[in-house]
Design a protein around this ligand. Structure first.
Ligand SMILES: [Zn+2]
Length: 446
């Protein structure tokens, strides 16, 4: 007699036993160079196809878990793998979503292994994508396979997404494309890495909003020998020349002050105070387009990536940033007459799961059971550190939760790695959560 408790124990045991196979599959997956071909600075023609190869790899795993698979492709070489395991009826459907693309990695002295070699040790797998997020892809595929191998039929459908394009927000080729192709569920699990460190995965019901923008200013060029005359108002001052590099700091300092204001003002119970930030990641200035310091620079720009509190809309934050820049310009004699211009390059809305949604208790209970129960196994909730496809899933009508293996502080970094215990815990939690959320069919086999 196979009781529901026996079935659950069988799934958990099977996933413990599957740890070496999961690690081996992850190593194989890392060897597929699925670098996003649209990542800035990359050669599209050279890289396109890698994502499609990774989707094919996932399609095979989905088939081995008993799913029917369709490849959904909006751009050649960039197919998404979509799986479906029909339920017996009467239960809620659940989707697992993960992206197959990774960011570039250069083999350098700062990597201890070749980034796309995929190295396995007793405790971890190292390589590009180990954390972000091939471990999440492998874990959900193995979770579904463990359910099938145990003969467990769910009442609701399971939907599986391996999608392209996430790393540049290209959801129209990835997550939105598979949703529009009909691979929608009542709720979705985004399998991105949630713990910043190497403890068990945390549960993220919320993610910040992201804005990528540039602020550009103009100066007035003059010979380097005349800088002193242009700099000191008691001499010629700005009628002679204005070095745009000096004026850039007016903007920089204003947004730096706003960043501090966010740290004090924009508190959220699931984020560390100070998490929300305005990163000036690219700064460029030069005289007449030439990279030499022999004239006063007449053009300058800073590009920012802002991650803001999920309780604030992108529009509200854009308005605040614009106001801050305008106020800074108004206080400067040159910028008052030659105000900075802001260009918005990418707007990624924030996300928050309705606190009453069943996904949250489902994951809290599943995680605790996966960890062996008891108080030591208590799940931890956290805000997701960055943005992810959960936003676009929500826009397509499927609320989501973010939960997955990986050490978020190693995402996009050298020596990216994932501890094996996270892979196993995530797979167990996924399997139990699917049973809890979709319901288990109590047919004569069970
Ligand atoms: Zn990711």
């Amino acid at each position: 007699m196979n009781t529901p408790a026996d079935q659950r124990a069988q799934v958990l045991r099977a996933l413990d036993d599957a740890a070496p196979s999961m690690a081996a599959s992850l190593t194989d997956a890392i060897r597929i160079r699925s670098i996003n071909p649209k990542y800035p600075g990359q050669d599209y023609q050279k890289l396109v196809g890698g994502e499609g190869d990774m989707s094919d790899f996932m399609a095979d795993l989905y088939r081995s878990a008993g799913a029917s698979v369709e490849m959904v492709e909006t751009e050649k070489g960039r197919a998404n793998a979509c799986g479906r395991i029909p339920g017996s009826g009467g239960g809620r459907s659940l989707a697992f979503n993960g992206h197959v693309d990774v960011v570039p990695a250069e083999a350098s002295g700062r990597w201890s292994v070749q980034p796309f070699e995929g190295q396995l040790t007793d405790e971890e797998v190292i390589g590009r994508g180990a954390t972000d997020m091939k471990s999440g892809l492998i874990a959900h595929a193995y979770a579904v396979k463990a359910l099938a191998d145990a003969g467990i039929r769910l009442r609701g459908d399971l939907i599986l997404h391996s999608v392209v394009g996430e790393e540049v927000g290209d959801h129209l080729a990835g997550t939105t494309a598979v949703m529009e192709a009909g691979y929608k569920a009542d709720a979705t699990v985004v399998c991105e890495p949630t713990n910043l460190h190497d403890g068990p995965p945390t549960i993220s019901p919320t993610a910040p909003g992201l804005l990528w923008f540039s602020v550009s200013i103009e100066g007035k060029t003059a010979h380097a020998g005349l800088r002193g005359h242009a700099l000191h108002p008691v001499l010629d001052g700005q009628s002679l020349g204005v070095n745009a590099v000096d004026k850039l700091w007016v903007i920089y300092q204003a947004l730096r002050n706003l960043e501090d204001e966010w740290a004090y003002r924009d508190r959220h119970p699931l984020f560390t105070p100070g998490h929300f930030n305005l990163l000036p990641g690219v700064m460029k200035a030069n005289p007449q387009g030439i990279d030499v310091p022999f004239f006063l620079a007449d053009t300058a720009s800073i590009q920012y990536c802002a991650l803001h509190h999920p309780g604030r809309s992108n529009e509200e934050v854009m308005e605040e940033i614009t106001r801050t820049v305008n106020r800074a310009c108004a206080g400067d004699p040159w910028l008052r007459e030659h105000p900075a211009t802001i260009e918005w390059k990418l707007e990624w809305p924030p996300y928050t799961l309705d606190p009453g949604h069943a996904l949250l208790p489902t994951f809290m209970n599943a995680h605790q059971e996966a960890m062996g129960g008891g108080t030591d196994a208590a799940p931890v909730q956290s805000g997701f550190f960055g943005v992810c496809d959960v936003t676009w899933l929500q826009q397509q009508g499927s609320p989501g939760i973010i939960y997955g293996p990986g050490v978020a502080s190693k995402a996009h970094a050298e020596n990216e790695s994932v501890p094996l215990h996270q892979l196993v815990t995530a797979a167990k939690t996924y399997a139990l959560a699917a049973m809890n959320f979709c319901g288990v069919d109590a047919g004569e086999d069970n």
